[in-house]
Write a protein that binds this ligand. Structure first.
Ligand code: CA
Length: 229
């Protein structure tokens, strides 16, 4: 069951909100002062906070800001004045939604449900971030096996991608062509160290602004290649 906190100093409004939300299956707690409301919001686990703007001790602006510094739970701000909504937006406090008094309780319930559902999808979806290497405008997405230069995708073959990724993951380290060949191509591969040279050339054509003055993969004459950091 989702647990909500209402911070509202007008008891009649707080009771009305609480009744409707409880009828909709939420567990609801109410605080009527800003300081205690903030303290509970920070120290207890709630799924959503309904926050009035004008409150004794600490106002809703400050409470919203303080919660956002440490938590990203949905915050629905309630205000008696439309102008306040513009002010909340302008301040960029990080509230998820705003509602002006008087509002219909069913609208409040609908918004609360929507925000909780969205937040649960967000945290419960288990979507992991891709493993990405980023160096001066070059982005190698290892999970998706895609390469971007200044947000523009560059198409890489499997071996080009493996070679670039290996060098980028081991920057500032000189590898000989033999070492790179052994690392990227398996022993049965047809080819020789010239294959490495050809692949480096193709990679440079895709990611270097000036292939004769490489910014990423440097040639160490007589030795091999090094990825510059
Ligand atoms: Ca108030």
């Amino acid at each position: 069951m989702s647990k909500l906190l209402i911070i509202e100093d007008e008891i009649a409004i707080a009771d009305l909100e609480k009744d409707y939300l409880e009828l909709s299956g939420f567990e609801v707690e109410v605080e009527t002062t800003g300081d205690i409301g903030l303290e509970r919001a920070l120290n207890e686990e709630f799924d959503l906070i309904i926050l009035d703007l004008m409150l004794p001790n600490i106002d809703g602006f400050e409470i919203c800001k303080r919660i956002r510094e440490v938590k990203n739970i949905p915050i629905l701000m309630v205000s008696a004045k439309k102008e306040d909504i513009d002010k909340i937006r302008g301040l960029g406090l990080g509230a998820d939604d705003y509602i002006t008094k008087p509002f219909s309780p069913s609208e409040l319930v609908a918004r609360v449900k929507a925000h909780i559902a969205r937040y649960e999808r967000l945290i419960g979806s288990g979507v992991k971030e891709n493993d990405v290497i980023e160096i001066r405008g070059l982005k190698i997405d290892k999970t998706a096996r895609r390469v971007f230069l200044n947000e523009e995708e560059k198409i890489f073959t499997t071996k080009e991608f493996d070679l670039l990724t290996f060098l980028a993951e081991n920057p500032n380290h000189v590898y000989t062509k033999e070492e790179l060949f052994r690392e990227i191509w398996d022993m049965e591969s047809i080819g020789d160290i010239a294959t490495v040279t050809v692949h480096i050339k193709k990679i440079r054509e895709k990611i270097e602004y000036n292939t004769s003055k490489p910014q990423y993969i440097e040639t160490i004459w007589g030795v091999g290649y090094r990825f510059k950091v």
